[in-house]
Design a protein. Structure first.
Length: 507
């Protein structure tokens, strides 16, 4: 339920694992490759692995599941399962798909390789044309322009591949006569998440550098205050809390603004009856109103039948508000007991996700100490995610039963306002602060991972094709800032990404 928090952690583990392999084995396999070509080859292999490995893992799990069904299922079901694409054909399709020249591996190679290869001629040009600048300035400018050009061209390459989700056939105009010829229209936005990720990272680099210089000056003059120190410590948790709150709000009221995988994962983590979610959405839209019969009683009435509750609970004309027992879904009337029960269930569910990922990192260099560390890390992450889910639900209950009625009143209009968005907003505001359970290094990685996803909920997923140059410019500008900073001071690019880019970009 915590936005794409599982995806965030999966990405961190994947980057850490692949980055570690890149650093540890570089001298063993690429020492005979010319230094100028090493970044390009590393980027392509890393991009291919990150694009293909998750799909291969999914294919393997699906294959094992089908084999288990064949042994246990009815013969008709076995025939249906066997009719799926053969494992060898699927494997071949996935491996070949990663080699498409307009996919992510080629994009990585063009981005990284282009930035390093273009730097050589640009450096020579700046040495001739800008001799009045210092050598350091000419070096930085050549790197920046090389990265900008490579980022622009590589993203255009990625955007050139058509996608059915961003293409539609429409009439030439609204007054088209019968027999008109339909037109195919392409929409931009397929690379929006990637562009927002780069923009977020560049903004973090710029703001981080400005704040570092301010802190250095203030410390030197003895004027660094407790408030400024608190801001430094709470910046990442605040970014995460705000970002995850925006994602959760979008999941409730604008699910189309989230990728399909996000919605699926959040629904799985939420473990909530979708009729309850739909009821809260209808409260916000005004379709469902307290004290009035708007024909919406069957929605929650069906829940009352299934859970063996009194039928009047689900009738908004009679029950104002509907009892919190319905939010607890069978845990009883106590909001506190429901919160404890929800945490226990969420913790078990999270351990099933985090423990295998942590154990995967132990495989590289197994030891008892690393094994124990993996269990502790998985337990901490599961506690964090369990607390995230619990705080969201308890935030809803707080606004409905504890805070809301005392602040906004207990009348019908106040109850309509509370269930029409305030209770969900309360849960969104609280849930993200569970990040304080994680250690500081994980906080910054997760904050910077979720932030671009939150920004995406504020922007259209598809937009006019002729406006795509704006996104491309933002991506190129942001990437140039990040790449230049990595080569100058890799510690300024925080988190796992800084180490990974350094290991790829260095000759």
């Amino acid at each position: 339920m915590a936005s794409s928090l599982s995806s965030a952690n999966n990405s961190q583990f994947s980057v850490a694992f692949l980055g570690g392999v890149t650093r540890n084995t570089r001298r063993k396999w690429d020492e005979k490759i010319p230094p100028i070509l090493r970044p390009l080859i590393r980027a392509y292999l890393l991009g291919y692995a990150s694009a293909v490995a998750p799909r291969l893992l999914t294919l393997l799990l699906q294959h094992l599941s089908r084999r288990r069904l064949r042994r246990k299922a009815h013969p008709d079901v076995v025939q249906t399962v066997s009719s799926k694409e053969p494992f060898s054909d699927s494997l071949r399709r996935i491996l070949r798909g990663g080699l498409d020249w307009r996919r992510f591996p080629t994009f990585c190679a063009a981005l990284v390789g282009g930035s390093t290869l273009l730097e050589v001629p640009l450096r020579a040009a700046f040495d001739r044309l800008a001799r009045n600048l210092s050598e350091v300035a000419r070096k930085r400018l050549s790197r920046w322009f090389a990265s900008f050009i490579a980022a622009w061209l590589s993203l255009k390459l990625l955007q050139s591949k058509q996608s059915a989700s961003f293409t539609e056939t429409v009439p030439p105009n609204s007054y088209a006569p019968p027999g008109y010829r339909r037109e195919t229209v392409r929409h931009a936005g397929r690379t929006l998440d990637l562009s927002l990720f780069a923009a977020t990272r560049a903004l973090d680099v710029v703001v981080g550098e400005l704040w570092y210089r301010r802190k250095k000056r203030r410390l030197a003059s003895g004027k660094w205050t407790v408030v400024e120190q608190t801001i430094s410590g709470l910046a990442d948790p605040a970014i995460f809390a705000l970002s995850s709150g925006l994602v959760m709000w979008a999941w409730f009221y604008s699910p189309s603004r989230l990728p399909r995988a996000y919605n699926k994962w959040i629904c799985s983590a939420a473990a909530v009856d979708t009729r309850l979610i739909e009821a809260l959405r209808r409260f916000r839209s005004g379709e469902l109103q307290y004290g009035r019969d708007t024909g919406q009683a069957p929605l929650l009435g069906a829940m009352c039948t299934d859970y063996k509750w009194p039928q009047q609970w689900g009738d908004p004309a009679v029950s104002v508000p509907f009892p919190c027992d319905m939010v607890h879904m069978g845990c009883g009337p106590s909001c506190e007991y429901h919160a404890v029960s929800r945490f226990a269930r969420s913790f078990r569910w999270s351990m099933a996700t985090y423990l295998p990922l942590n154990l995967l990192l132990v495989v590289r260099n197994p030891s008892l100490k690393r094994l124990m560390r993996a269990f502790v890390s998985a337990a901490r992450s599961s506690t964090f995610l369990g607390a995230f889910i619990t705080l969201f639900y308890y935030g809803v209950c707080l606004m409905r039963n504890r805070v809301g009625p005392n602040v906004f009143g207990k009348g019908v209009a106040s109850r309509q306002k509370i269930d029409g968005g305030l209770c969900v907003a309360s849960g969104c505001l609280l849930c993200g602060w569970s990040i304080m359970i994680e250690n500081a290094s994980r906080r910054k990685d997760m904050a910077l991972f979720v932030a671009p996803r939150a920004l995406a909920t504020l922007l259209p997923r598809r937009y006019a094709w002729d406006k795509q140059w704006r996104e491309t410019f933002v991506f190129a500008l942001s990437t140039a800032v990040v790449f230049t900073c990595v080569l100058e001071n890799k510690n300024r690019v925080r988190g796992v990404l800084g180490n990974l880019l350094d290991s790829v970009l260095r000759p």
